[in-house]
Design a protein around this ligand. Structure first.
Ligand code: FAD
Length: 401
């Protein structure tokens, strides 16, 4: 009979399994995950969970009965070490081999670790999974001061959670603004002000040279000779795609498993979805690390395994929660040359970003309803006139009718 094996039981892997059943696949589905936890949400790990506002069981994506009723064979603690494309086999760490008629890579990404002296000292952490989050949480409870290296989403969310717990927080960022890869300077400035108002010390242009300490980390040394005391250091310096097994098996990879617009890899009956993938659009290699992308590609991957073409193109969408501020971004292009603010009271606004006359992205701060509407405009390729976007009394919904 038919058997589809999914490597990686995270957001994307679960979506593939779920979509296969939704599309009436009746063969066997094996969902293999090396973590010993059923598929869970990662976003809260740096947000509400770390701040102590959400319980661990609330992170679970689907309860045990789901896997039973959908006949999805979820195997935890199952680490796939080898894939043989010609023989249509995979090998697990314990030596077991399993054969497949269809295969999906949903192996996610790994947090980048610093290659610095002292990086292996206890108290030097990265954040990717529940295990990491538990360690950071335990250390935060005893910490006086945390140094966060990297002023991106995860680093800033960790700093915000630390402040909520009354821990001193310092953010070291190599560039000259926060979240520089993902947001426009106005948003960077807004969040720098927000963090400073909450007592976070932010240093730009900072190059970490080494971690110091004897039994555990006690200080961060900078390249310019300066340094800061710390009893916990969290690096939020990006993630790399887990594509080693795919590459060894002979799949085309380039800092990620290369997929086409339908989540197909370079081999027949083999798909990939989520953080482990890279795809080409508009001449650029794109890696999206977001729940939305994992879900969209997961659906496309399931369809592709069943021989149906369902391109995953959608407007990339991301959010971040820092303190009581929700940031949301939807992006359909780059090269902003006009930015229009749509104000709506203190700490709440949207930025409508244009290239020429075309709306290409929208960034919203504490405006979830307006953001949803803006996403619909972007998805539909509709561009409100900048004057209309700037006028909070102008009803943007009228464009969608
Ligand atoms: P993962 O969820 O990482 O799942 C991959 C799984 O595969 C892992 O469990 C891994 O152990 C397993 N695996 C890997 N190799 C093997 C192997 N050889 N054998 C067996 N199993 C294997 N996204 C947002 O959109 N919004 C947010 O606010 C947001 N916040 C985030 C905060 C944090 C702290 C983190 C870490 C991520 C955040 N993300 C956020 C990103 C989002 O969580 C990821 O994009 C999403 O989890 C990707 O899903 P995935 O299935 O591709 O990868």
């Amino acid at each position: 009979g038919e058997r589809i094996i999914i490597i990686g039981a995270g957001q994307a892997g679960l979506q593939i399994a779920e979509s296969l059943r939704a599309e009436k696949f009746e063969g066997e589905i094996l969902l293999l995950g090396e973590e010993r936890v059923a598929p869970y949400q990662r976003p809260p790990l740096s947000k509400a969970w770390l701040a102590g506002e959400t319980a661990t069981d609330k992170l679970t994506l689907r309860g045990p009965e789901f896997f039973v009723t959908k006949a999805i064979d979820l195997r935890l603690g199952a680490h796939v070490t080898e894939v043989n494309l010609a023989a249509r086999e995979i090998t697990l760490a314990d030596g077991e081999t399993l054969d497949w008629t269809g295969l999906a890579f949903a192996t996610g990404a790994s947090a980048r670790r610093p290659n610095l002296e002292g990086a292996d000292l206890p108290g030097v952490c990265v954040l990717r999974g529940l295990k990491d989050a538990r360690e950071i949480s335990a250390r935060l409870a005893a910490a006086k001061r945390i140094v966060v290296v990297g002023g991106g989403f995860i680093g800033l969310e960790v700093a915000a959670a630390a402040r909520k717990k009354g821990v001193e927080a310092l953010v070291l960022e190599a560039q000259d603004r926060l979240m520089a890869r993902a947001v426009t300077p106005k948003i960077s400035d807004f969040f720098a002000d927000l963090h400073r108002a909450r007592g976070v010390d932010i240093h730009f242009g900072a190059q970490v040279a080494a971690l110091e300490g004897s039994d555990a980390v006690s200080a961060v040394a900078l390249a310019d000779g300066g340094g800061f005391d710390a009893d916990l250091v969290v690096f939020g310096i990006g993630a790399s795609a887990n594509d080693a097994i795919a590459a060894r098996a002979g799949l085309a990879c380039d800092r990620g498993v290369i997929v086409d617009s339908c989540a197909r890899t370079s081999a027949p009956n083999v798909v990939a979805a989520g953080d482990c993938t890279v795809f080409h659009a508009n001449g650029a290699a794109i890696r999206l690390e977001s729940v939305q992308n994992a879900v969209e590609q997961g659906k496309a991957a399931a369809s592709a395994l069943l021989g149906r073409e369902k391109p995953f193109v959608a407007t990339p969408w991301f959010w971040s929660d820092q303190y009581d501020v929700k940031l949301q971004m939807a992006v359909s292009g780059a090269g902003v040359d006009l930015q229009v603010a749509r104000p709506s009271g203190e700490n709440a606004f949207s930025l409508f970003n244009y290239r020429g006359e075309k709306l290409i992205s929208v960034e919203s701060v504490n405006r979830p309803g307006e953001h949803l509407l803006a996403r619909k405009l972007l998805d539909a390729g509709l561009s409100p006139a900048p004057d209309a976007a700037a006028d909070p009394t102008h009803d943007l919904k009228s464009l969608l009718r």
